[in-house]
Design a protein around this ligand. Structure first.
Ligand code: NDP
Length: 386
């Protein structure tokens, strides 16, 4: 039987890896809807390849272009946030949530509220709406399948275990392109250097997050909400080879780890085929050739973003939303060469200490805190870089 899937963020790095797997398994999957932010050319190409019936571009000014590109297909064009939600809760049983940033929150929540199975790559949605999303999933019966390789690894290690038998989670981190760089070299880092990840090929935003290690901080918060463990039972371990994708330590002292090559098609395939498995063309591990696996503690002085994220998780309330929003605008400014690499963490820190919001009680509250924080962070950056 074919499984109907919606791919939110189909034109991005996770979207492309998902499409690669879907196209290798045409008998198993039917793509019903696909979305992008602005890239209507790539979106129309995906429609022609998959036969999707609904294509949504978030940027409403690109609607006419998309509609023209879809002439001659059976696919309807639509635009804007309401249409993203429609793509998410249409006929698909499985929603691949691969939009980058808090922009994906409404469509992801709509899928969760509708009780769908959500393959979640869009970590910012869970970081900003953690408890609201997991409560909504419990209420609707939705299943959240982690696509992030670390959380997918933990999900695999936990299969068949009781949460009360877990003593701690260990999230591994590659350390990013500046793992062994001096503080001075990190201070002078350019966008091109920051996006050149040593092990993974990913979109620009997550690549910069990996360089600051904010990515691991967001993953720490994501792990807390997905698996229900407190901050002091989720450790971060730098592992430069990215072979061990994460580990679970149980109360008896056993540690289970998931290993594999650094290819996102492995965790995506796990989510696509769950609760079964499916073949992928990912390179097989050759541990004899790899020969050694290294591990080290993260350096919170050179990578303060990781400390900020843990503090935000422990503060709770609106802090993770503020952390994420300030980080999103700071990373965009860094990529546009408007601020330096070190300023990313500074902007996030300033945003956190000046924040005074109540804990969100709804997704509208989350989006309002996100909006105000972005505005404040933009003003902060303007004031420091005339
Ligand atoms: P990309 O930047 O490669 O792709 C992002 C996708 O989201 C594109 O389809 C883009 O459309 C769309 N998009 C961007 N902004 C908006 C918006 N405002 N509204 C609607 N759609 C939008 O990102 P990645 O694929 O690398 O990452 C996607 C998510 O997955 C992120 O949350 C990331 O943290 C997570 N993730 C990614 C991994 C990876 O290996 N890439 C690994 C683990 C997690 P357009 O093409 O038109 O810009």
């Amino acid at each position: 039987m074919t499984r109907k899937i919606a791919i939110l963020g189909a034109t991005g790095s996770i979207g492309k890896s998902t499409l690669d797997l879907v196209e290798r398994n045409r008998d198993r999957f039917a793509v019903t809807s696909v979305t992008a932010a602005t890239n209507v050319e790539a979106l129309a190409d995906i429609v022609r390849r998959t036969g999707a019936r609904l294509a949504v571009v978030a940027d409403e000014s690109r609607y006419t272009d998309l509609a023209e590109l879809l002439v001659g297909t059976n696919c309807r064009a639509a635009a804007g946030e309401g249409a993203l939600v429609e793509a998410s809760v249409g006929e698909a049983e499985l929603v691949i949530a691969a939009i980058v940033g808090c922009a994906g929150l409404r469509p992801v929540m709509a899928a969760v509220d509708a009780g769908r199975t959500v393959a979640l790559a869009n970590k910012e949605a869970l970081v900003t709406a953690g408890a609201l999303m997991t409560d909504a999933a419990r209420a609707s019966g939705a299943t959240l399948l982690p696509v992030d390789s670390e959380h997918n690894a933990i999900f695999q290690c936990l299969a068949g275990s009781r949460v009360k038998d877990v003593s701690r989670l260990v999230l591994t981190a590659s350390g990013g392109p500046f793992r062994s760089a001096s503080a001075d070299a990190i201070g002078a880092a350019t966008p091109a250097q920051a996006v050149a990840h040593p092990n993974w090929s990913m979109g620009a935003k997550i690549s910069v997050d990996s360089a600051t290690m904010m990515n691991k901080g967001l993953e720490l918060i994501e792990a807390h909400y997905l698996f229900g463990l407190p901050s002091d039972r989720i450790d971060i371990l730098v592992h430069p080879q990215s072979v061990v994708h994460s580990m679970v330590e149980f109360v008896d002292g056993s540690v289970l780890a998931q290993l594999g090559s650094a290819d996102m098609r492995i965790p995506i395939a796990y989510a696509l085929a769950w609760p079964e498995r499916m073949a992928t063309p990912a390179r097989r591990l050759d541990l004899a050739a790899i020969a050694r696996l290294d591990f080290e503690a993260p350096d919170l002085d050179r990578f303060p973003a990781l400390r900020l994220a843990r503090e935000a998780l422990e503060a709770g309330g609106a802090a993770p939303i503020v952390l994420n929003a300030a980080n999103e605008v700071a990373v965009a400014s860094f990529l546009a060469a408007r601020i330096s690499f070190l300023e990313i963490a500074r902007v996030v820190h300033e945003a956190l200490i000046s924040a005074d919001y109540d804990a969100p009680r709804s997704i509208s509250d989350v989006l309002e805190i996100d909006r105000v924080t972005r505005k404040r962070a933009e003003a902060m950056m303007k004031a420091s870089c005339p």
